[in-house]
Design a protein around this ligand. Sequence first.
Ligand code: PLP
Length: 334
Amino acid sequence: MKVDEADTAVAAGSYQLAPRASATGREPVEDVTLDIRAIRSRFAFPRLGRVVTNNAASTQAPRELLELYRSLAPGYENVHRGQSRASQEMTALFESSYDTIAQFIGAPSRASIVLYRNTTEAINAVMYSLLTEFRDGDNVVTTTLEHNSNYVPWYGMCRDILPRMGRRVEYRLARFDPLTGELDLDHMASLIDARTKLVCCTGASNFLGTRVPLRAVRALADASGYLQPGGERRSYLLVDGAQLVPGGFVDVQALDVDYLAFSFHKMLAPFGVGVLYGKRHLLQAARPFLYGGDMIAEGRSTGSAPFPGSRSTGRGMRRAAPRWSRLTSPAATR
Ligand SMILES: Cc1ncc(COP(=O)(O)O)c(C=O)c1O
């Protein structure tokens, strides 16, 4: 469909999306017809005459979630910190949001999910929790496709933090092909060796839109032979899913990622909730990123919880998940 034809179709209230690649492979997914009028009616911003095009940076929250947020306020009580019925109800709702999020990305259970403010904070949490595990002479491999959120933490760790602790850890960057925007896997393979503790890469580039072949990157990380403290002999794989997860179903178990970070403010949910998925044994063994209340019992969240945001995030996922899964992965409907 050409741009002018697309404009006409949008004005008429419908839009046919071309088949596209799924998140986990290159197989095409079914055609989708979008009912533009129905979609617009779910948001408040069109009434202001606004045209919003910056969805890759942040999306608008639909009315339903804003209303849910408002409806939760009168019954609000602190999560995990009260004996009252209201507090127990809020805590149960809050906890069930973790289950919804786990289901949404194919994680085995809520024990693999930690909530932070956004992708940046989730990646920093991994960096700080792994900090003391890095040995002198280790390296981290990442790519030139990264957003600063998955570049600066590792750069800072290697160039600023670890040298102060007397450890030299190298920071290695795999390049992409400027003609195609694809990650240069051969170059990445040449950078990964038996001292690569961690490979961290984006799932989809925020400036080119290209997707990284995560299965191939996983295979490279597996082959490194790096000896992790728990006895595993391979490099960990952290995926920045900030642009990948909003675009289709991502199954963390099928991809066998060790960590996945993403932000709900890029996925229609209100601001202030980001997710870190981590394999359970890694989260259990990790040093806390934030020390304080709640971490003693649970070890996964600290301080008062972002309840309304998490709850509306959970509700949003529940609405989106069945259709999303059907569109992008037959396996996801389980
Ligand atoms: C690929 C990618 N990673 C990380 C981020 C940072 O996300 P946040 O601001 O939610 O931490 C962005 C934001 O645009 C992004 O596109």
